[in-house]
Design a protein around this ligand. Sequence first.
Ligand code: ZN
Length: 295
Amino acid sequence: MYLDIERMKKEIPMTHILALYGITLRQAGEDRLAGCCPIHHGDNQNAFQVNLLKNLFHCFTRCGGGSIFDFVMKKENLSFYQAGLKIWKTFYNTSHHETPQHQTSTIKLQYHHPYLCQRGIDEKMARYFRIGYSHAGLMKNRIAIPIIDRNNKLIAYCGRAIGSHTSPKYLFPRNFNKSKHLFNIQNILPSSPKPVFIVEGFFDCLHLLKLGFDAVALMGNSISQYQLEILKQLDRAYILMLDGDEAGRKSMQKAKQLIKQENLVCKPVYLVDVIEPESLEYDFLKVLESESSRY
Ligand SMILES: [Zn+2]
């Protein structure tokens, strides 16, 4: 994958990188921050300094210094390319730039559509996720939503019915087993301190993503062993938040037990009064996120 190193160097401030790890420093001059070194974790309050103008850091005790890439390399013990890839994926989200395999051979979509607008998905976001209205084929007169695996490979499309009278509401290809996949899994980076919301539906998930949260959708209200396995491999903290209807609350109980058995770090959040995650506001979600953050 091509990484625009110069662009990242120019556009991403060190403070954004530090925020990724939940690191806070104190102001130590007009364009300088200082604190304990978050790499070697000493207790010298001045060991670690950031020059905001030059966008560089330095640990005066033992870690040395450098750019945003050096920081991620040292912090996570990664190669230059791995660190670059992580930053690129975090800040520029590759699904926009990269065409998943097989994608070109599939359906033509209309990205601006009243139904999508109504669900809060503007054209820009629709293009980004390649979600659009399909005029023809299996997904005819439906909103086609691509399901992509962790290797950025297109697995299938789900066709969401537009009218309330069309059945089924969600149309999947016959050979597709939705319990083996998670929507938006391709955008979840391993081992980040930010928790990942687990929700039921595509539009719940998209709502969270739009507000800047990490989220995946189960594409239903139950969690399978396959899905748990994928989540386990990612080594993240999770927030389980299914719909606030009766079915959703029952599923929460069941999913909670399965998650516990797998020893995932997961906080269950029970919604009430038929509330869906799609209707939740930023501030509420932000509180949940910070409560479950690992750092
Ligand atoms: Zn250090």
